[in-house]
Write a protein that binds this ligand. Structure first.
Ligand code: GRF
Length: 210
């Protein structure tokens, strides 16, 4: 089957994006990546995408300001559609997208979040997992809707929280799992296998014995 085309959105270093591009290259579907786009011209991930031969684009959100947020969303959706993208893969994209973006791509926007949702939506997830004394932590790939990190869960990977962890060591252990999980889910999406391989609501990890 010919894969459907996907755009990847980044704001920063783009390590998940690189993991996806490398998987796509190694498995022979890199041509399905229509575009890597960033809202920040200085995002280091843009050069990493270009080095892998993937087209890049920038739509800076700053000139739009708060008042024209929906205009930014519509302009971004338009760019991705022009590039032929059917799927949108958020990979460290630090903007909340509203209906002007989500409606044209409904059910086709993926995100990876560094916690075992529904635990710890939002920012600083590793610090919060440590503060809460969580025994396990991890990452979640989910569909994006208008709720903050609240769309249907597609897949999760978990890691133990160790006694001597700080936020950095925990983040690194989770990131390893992100790089394993996200490319596999994106591959399933573009090949039309998402719902058969990834049930919408997997069971949460079993609690540790007391
Ligand atoms: C990752 O921790 C991801 O879970 C979160 O943002 C971070 C992006 O990192 N959504 P990178 O840019 O992919 O390295």
């Amino acid at each position: 089957m010919t894969p459907e085309r996907a755009a990847i959105l980044i704001s920063g270093r783009g390590s998940n994006m690189v993991a996806i591009l490398e998987r796509a290259r190694d498995a022979g579907w890199l041509g399905a990546i229509a575009l890597v786009a960033s809202n920040r011209p200085e995002a280091p991930g843009l050069a990493r995408a270009a080095a892998l031969g993937v087209p890049t684009d920038v739509l800076d959100h700053r000139p739009f300001g708060r008042a024209r947020r929906a205009e930014f969303d519509a302009a971004l959706a338009d760019r991705l559609q022009q590039a032929g993208a059917r799927w949108v893969v958020l990979a460290g994209f630090m903007r909340i997208l509203g209906p002007a973006f989500l409606t044209p791509f409904e059910g086709r926007v993926l995100n990876i979040h560094p916690s075992l949702l529904p635990a710890f939506p939002g920012l600083h997830t590793h610090e919060r997992a440590l503060e809460a004394g969580a025994a396990r932590h991890g990452c979640t790939v989910h569909l994006v809707d208008t709720s903050l990190d609240g769309g249907p869960v597609l897949a999760q990977a978990d890691v133990p929280v160790l006694g001597d962890d700080d936020a950095d060591s925990l983040a690194a252990r989770v990131l390893e799992q992100e790089h394993r999980l996200y490319p596999a889910v994106v591959e399933s999406a573009v090949f039309g296998r998402l719902h058969t391989e990834f049930p919408p609501r997997p069971q949460a990890a079993a609690p540790e014995p007391a």
